[in-house]
Structure formats: structure tokens, C-alpha cells
Ligand binder design. Structure first.
Ligand code: SF4
Length: 365
């Protein structure tokens, strides 16, 4: 396994738009139980992880874990994954006190802060909980003072009522914090969320959303943080290794409830229920037929601006993309990708309408 993901399924509250699995307002008992099981699974999987390059702690809100839990978790991961070069952790700014910063940066060399928006009214519009504690500026200051060199900020756009001017201000405020990486996703009404219920029947403004996506590309690109994936932007050399590896078909092991794994052949997803996961519920295994797997790897790589070279695709899959020639020709004719004998590169339209690219490749006969 080349990459390790650990899902921390705890948050201080549940944001209305969030479809990730998390338990709001956890007490100490489930946190300890979760930790014990993760430590056991790390030990069990250590032989498969010794060559892993990346570790990613996602959630949920990993930075919400008590300091002693984080310290024990980090010590165990350090031992199981001795060769990791990138260790990322997601953090909510309000948790990033100087004390927490010291713990986070004792192991993680990349921290991404969930900002979403700097405008309180917009955060309220999507039901993002507010908490007392450090704001984004203070959290960034704490992390930089601790020597962090790889800082990411997560933003959202196309929030209800948001104007292009407000989005421009959010982008500018993010740039003032001088991050190495920015993720920017449009808010979507995921089924089962309170936000989806709230906006039910109201049509999404796809034109505005696309304009804001273009605005992000132009503003961040001009600031030296160009897009390298549909929703991700980085200074040169600071793209997320973990996510890039996953987009390029590498193997990953996911530990924790709702975590997903891929061993190069099959994909399996842990149950999205802490209690059931603690009780040992088996994962849902998806045995992916060879052709579908190739189509998936091909389409995931086309999320990235650089697309594929033939050699990279052959190294990732052990074969070429000739089985998909007809679909690739069709995508090129529709202006979604550019083809040469040895490369496939997504056009800007192909990134903006990546779902069309994915559908064409995955549902290929
Ligand atoms: S958006 Fe983040 S903080 Fe809010 S509930 Fe989801 S995982 Fe937790």
C-alpha cells in the first residue's frame, strides 16, 4: 500500500451541508475506543505499509482529538509507516491553539485548515458551526511560528446568495494568509444533508458556479498558485502527494469508519457507523472488473491538469489506453481533451465538465 488514510469521525457539531461521516459532539469513551481499534489495525497492517509514501488524517475534524490521543496515534503511525514523506492533517482553525499546534506539527508536515469562507453570513447560510477559539489568521500564525512549511486552506464557493465580489474577497483574504495550497469546492446539496432539504426545489445556478470556478483559476493562477486539479491549486512543488497518488491509480489503505481502500484490484469501504465498525462489521467490497478499473484510473488522472502520458498510464495499470480509443476520440471531438500519440490532456472545458469525461469512460461498452 503506497498511501495511508485515517478517518477521524468526530466533529464539534454537524455542518448542514456535510455528507462526510462524523459523529457530532463526541465524548471521551468513543474516542478512546476508536483509537484502540486504529492502533490495533495499524499493527496488523504494518507489513503492508512499510513502503507507504503518504499519510493523510482526514475527517471529521482530526485536530479535535485530545493531545494525548494525537500523540499516541502519531507514535503508532510513525512506527507503521517509517518511510512517509508527506503527512497531512485536516484542522479546524478554532482548534489550532499554540498547544495544539505543537502536537500537530510534531508529526504532520502539511496542515490544511477548513476555512470555507471568511464571511460569517455565508458560513451561516450553509449551516457551518461557529466556535470560540483562534480564527483563521491566528491559526495560520501559530502554525507558521511552529515552522510549518506546507499550509493548505480549504474554501467553498457558490454559497447561497454569494456574489462574485464576495468570492473575490474570500480569495483575496486567503491569499493574504500566504498558503502553499488552496482547495476550492462549490457547495452541493448532497442527499441526506440538512442543506439539501433547505434548498430543495431551488435550481442551482450552474452558470454562476462555473464563473466562480474560472475566477478562482484566474485569481489564484495570477498569484502563483495555479490549478493542478479541478478543485485544487498549489505553488509549484506543493500539490498534495497523497491525493495526486490516488488520482493516478496508486494503492491506498483507509482505516476508520467510512474509510475507503484500493489494492490495485478491489476497492472496499468500511461501514459508516462508528458502533458497527468498532464491533467489527465487514467492509463493503467492490470487485471491479479489469476494464472498469482501467476506465476509472484513466478518468481520475484526467481530473489533473497534466493528464496522462502513455508511459505513466502503462506504469499505473500495466497496459495502454488503446481499449478506450473510440471514447477518447469522441472526447477530443467534443473539445474535452487534447490527444497526441503519447499524451491525453484535459482541456479547460474537460476539467469544468469532468463528469461528462467520466461518464464517457466509465460507461464505455
Ligand atoms: S464539514 Fe467538516 S467540520 Fe463540518 S461536519 Fe463535516 S467534517 Fe465536520
Amino acid at each position: 500500500m503506497r498511501n495511508l488514510y485515517i478517518h477521524v469521525p468526530f466533529c464539534a457539531g454537524k455542518c448542514d451541508y456535510c455528507a462526510f461521516y462524523s459523529e457530532p459532539a463526541p465524548d471521551a469513551v468513543p474516542i478512546r475506543q476508536w483509537l484502540d481499534r486504529i492502533l490495533f489495525q495499524l499493527e496488523e497492517n504494518a507489513p503492508r505499509l512499510e513502503n507507504a509514501e503518504t499519510v493523510y488524517f482526514g475527517g471529521g475534524t482530526p485536530s479535535l482529538l485530545p493531545d494525548d490521543v494525537l500523540n499516541r496515534l502519531f507514535a503508532a503511525v510513525r512506527e507503521a509507516v517509517p518511510n512517509a514523506i508527506e503527512i497531512s492533517i485536516e484542522a479546524n482553525p478554532f482548534t489550532v491553539t499554540p498547544e495544539k499546534t505543537a502536537v500537530l506539527t510534531s508529526y504532520a508536515n502539511r496542515v490544511t485548515l477548513g476555512i470555507q469562507s471568511f464571511e460569517p453570513a455565508l458560513l451561516e447560510a450553509i449551516g457551518r458551526r461557529s466556535h470560540s477559539g483562534p480564527g483563521p489568521e491566528e491559526a495560520v500564525r501559530n502554525l507558521r511560528q511552529a515552522g510549518l512549511r506546507n499550509l493548505g486552506l480549504d474554501l467553498m464557493y457558490a454559497l447561497p446568495g454569494e456574489t462574485p465580489d464576495q468570492w473575490r474577497r474570500d480569495l483575496e483574504r486567503a491569499l493574504e494568509l500566504n498558503p502553499e495550497h488552496i482547495s476550492a469546492y462549490s457547495v452541493t446539496p448532497e442527499p441526506g444533508t440538512l442543506f439539501a432539504v433547505r434548498v430543495e426545489g431551488k435550481p442551482e445556478d450552474d452558470v454562476l458556479s462555473e464563473a466562480m470556478w474560472e475566477q478562482a483559476g484566474a485569481t489564484l493562477g495570477a498569484a502563483g498558485i495555479p490549478r493542478y486539479e479541478i478543485s485544487n491549486y498549489a505553488r509549484p512543488g506543493f500539490g498534495s502527494c497523497h491525493n495526486s497518488n490516488v488520482w493516478r491509480g496508486q494503492t491506498y489503505l483507509g482505516l476508520g469508519p467510512a474509510a475507503c481502500s484500493f489494492d490495485g484490484n478491489d476497492r472496499w469501504t468500511q461501514v459508516s457507523d462508528l458502533r458497527a465498525w468498532l464491533d467489527g462489521a465487514p467492509p463493503d467490497v467492490d470487485r471491479i472488473p479489469r476494464r472498469a478499473r482501467l476506465g476509472e484510473i484513466l478518468m481520475m488522472g484526467l481530473r489533473t491538469v497534466r493528464g496522462w502520458t502513455r508511459r505513466e498510464f502503462e506504469m499505473a495499470t500495466g497496459c495502454g489506453w488503446d481499449d478506450f480509443s473510440a471514447q477518447l476520440d469522441e472526447l477530443a471531438e467534443r473539445g474535452l481533451v487534447t490527444l497526441t500519440a503519447d499524451t491525453i490532456t484535459p482541456a479547460e472545458r474537460g476539467l469544468a465538465f469532468w463528469n461528462d469525461v467520466a461518464e464517457t469512460l466509465v460507461f464505455a461498452p
